[in-house]
Design a protein around this ligand. Structure first.
Ligand code: 5AD
Ligand code: SF4
Length: 481
């Protein structure tokens, strides 16, 4: 590397967080003037397409990106072929996610050949990795805008520069302590919404890239969260998903709403909100108080996603998860005593470095014992810069795949047994969308189980009682009562 090359990542500029939203709104108005002029020249409105990879946090970020783009004069489209701007909001949790982006970028570059005015932008977790940005910068000249997770809210300012300077703009920050409120956002569903409560992560599980690409944990102010929830309720939202890498470690000050259980209860008190979900819980921080709060508030959904990652205490220690198999099983027993019909789901990683057949057997027996409704199973993927990447005894691919297949078979068998336990009951279902089969709609129970039943579009967004007639493994066929 040459010594005087400008660093790719810079520290957050010294601007007061309070004025940030106003600054971005000024840029939004300027971009809008420019896009209106271009639209006049073209004789049609400009269109923007946001493509999302990854988790719920990214999905929520994309809603913010869409809201900003709309204010900037871009109509929304899901069709990259008709877009004047394509923004990829990337994920880097596993190698597969990275590879997927390169494929899509190649296709977008093809579109730019046909439409040289097309703006291709990249943001999100992958862009916080220096070697990836360097590769994109040198190999994908079609990309004209790159920014990261810490400066997502500066999109208006960066877009202004892209349109003004007509050259590639890259701005990446090392981190941020800013939480910028009050910028526009465009919800995917009118009846349900995700609400961030924390950003970033301090856990440093040894396999995980998230703390490096999303930065240190920051909690939003409870009043800001409640203000957002109230305004969503006034806008017709019935279901709220509180979002954070580790919601249990939410710290929003000294007041009663400054802890996660306290915050949950406050959200329960908001009129109009009928269902509350949250993602993700870390087993080491899930408190007795939280279990009690869930048990006594019917609005809180009977579903807890509680990633365990492995059933072997030896591997859990190497993963830096800071709990043991026994602690996890005790926690599950406690939750089940307090909330008997709860659905539990989890994440599991197979073939973590050093995992022996015996460790893997511990994972299988844990799955059997707990009885998860569903499990997200992953093969360990090396992430450069994480402690696990340089651990000895990386597991060969064939062993990893063979373990993965055995795990999947068990997970499916137990999942089917567990999720059929509601057959014959009538439960409230929030109707989410039309089914592909004409005359049918699809919704979810509080336990997060999918139900298909006869009904028309007018039911979408309503909570209706549905008789769960027939379990088909991971979903039900029902009948509205
Ligand atoms: N390899 C495989 N799976 C991973 N996850 C996180 N990092 C890795 C990795 N390096 C999984 C964990 C986490 C979920 C979101 O992704 O199970 O809970
Ligand atoms: Fe992917 Fe993790 Fe970023 Fe979510 S936080 S988009 S899972 S890398």
């Amino acid at each position: 590397m040459s010594r005087n090359r400008k660093p790719l990542f810079t520290d957050q500029p010294a601007r007061p967080a309070l004025e940030e939203a106003e600054l971005q709104k000024t840029h939004m108005r300027r971009v809008r003037q420019k896009t209106e002029q271009i639209a006049n020249e073209k004789g049609r409105p400009l269109k923007g397409c946001v493509v999302t990879f990854g988790c719920q946090m990214n999905a929520r970020d994309s809603e913010k990106l869409r809201g900003v783009l709309e204010e900037c004069g871009f109509e929304q489209t899901d069709d990259e072929k008709e877009a004047d701007l394509i923004l990829f909001n990337t994920c880097t949790i596993r190698e597969h996610a990275d590879q997927h982006l390169y494929g899509r970028l190649g296709e977008a570059a093809g579109l730019k050949k046909k439409n040289p005015d097309l703006i291709i932008g990249l943001c999100g977790c992958m862009m916080q990795e220096e070697q990836i940005v360097r590769k994109i910068r040198s190999s994908y000249p079609a990309v004209s805008l790159i920014f990261g997770t810490h400066n997502l809210f500066t999109l208006p300012m960066l877009l202004d520069r892209v349109l003004e300077e007509k050259r590639r703009v890259i701005e990446l920050w090392n981190g941020t302590d800013m939480i910028v409120e009050d910028l526009p956002s465009k919800r995917k569903y009118p009846f349900k919404a995700g609400v961030n409560i924390t950003f970033g992560c301090n856990n440093f599980c040894s396999y995980c890239i998230v703390p490096y690409v999303r930065g240190r944990e920051r909690s939003r102010d409870p009043e800001e969260i409640l203000k957002e929830v109230r305004s969503l309720a006034a806008d017709g939202v019935k279901e709220i998903m509180l979002l954070g890498q580790n919601v249990n470690s939410y710290r929003g000050g000294e007041g009663p709403e400054g802890s996660f259980p306290g915050l949950l209860e406050a959200v329960c008190r908001v009129d109009g909100i009928e269902r509350i979900r949250f993602m993700t819980s870390h087993p080491k921080d899930l408190s007795d108080e939280l279990i009690e709060v869930i048990a006594r508030n019917e609005k809180i959904c009977r579903h807890i996603h509680l990633p365990v990652q492995s059933g072997s205490s030896r591997i859990l220690e190497k993963m830096n998860r800071r709990y043991t198999r026994e602690h996890y099983l005790d926690l599950v027993a406690k939750i089940r005593r307090a909330i008997p019909d709860v659905s539990l789901t989890t994440d599991l990683i197979v073939a973590f470095p050093g995992e022996t057949e015996e460790d893997f057997q511990d994972t299988l027996t844990l799955v059997d014992e707990v009885g998860f409704d569903s499990v997200f199973t992953f093969i360990y993927s090396v992430r450069n810069g994480t402690p696990a990447a340089t651990m000895p005894d990386q597991i060969p691919e064939d062993v990893a795949h063979e373990r993965f297949d055995r795990l999947l078979t068990l997970v499916q068998k137990r999942g089917q047994e567990m999720s059929s336990r509601f057959e014959g009951q009538t439960l409230p279902v929030l109707v989410e969308e039309k089914n592909r089969t004409p005359g049918m709609v699809t919704g979810r129970t509080s336990h997060n189980l999918t139900v298909h039943f006869e009904g028309d579009e007018s039911l979408i967004g309503k909570i209706v009682p549905v008789y769960l007639a027939e379990s088909r493994g991971f979903y039900y066929f029902g009948k509205m009562r």
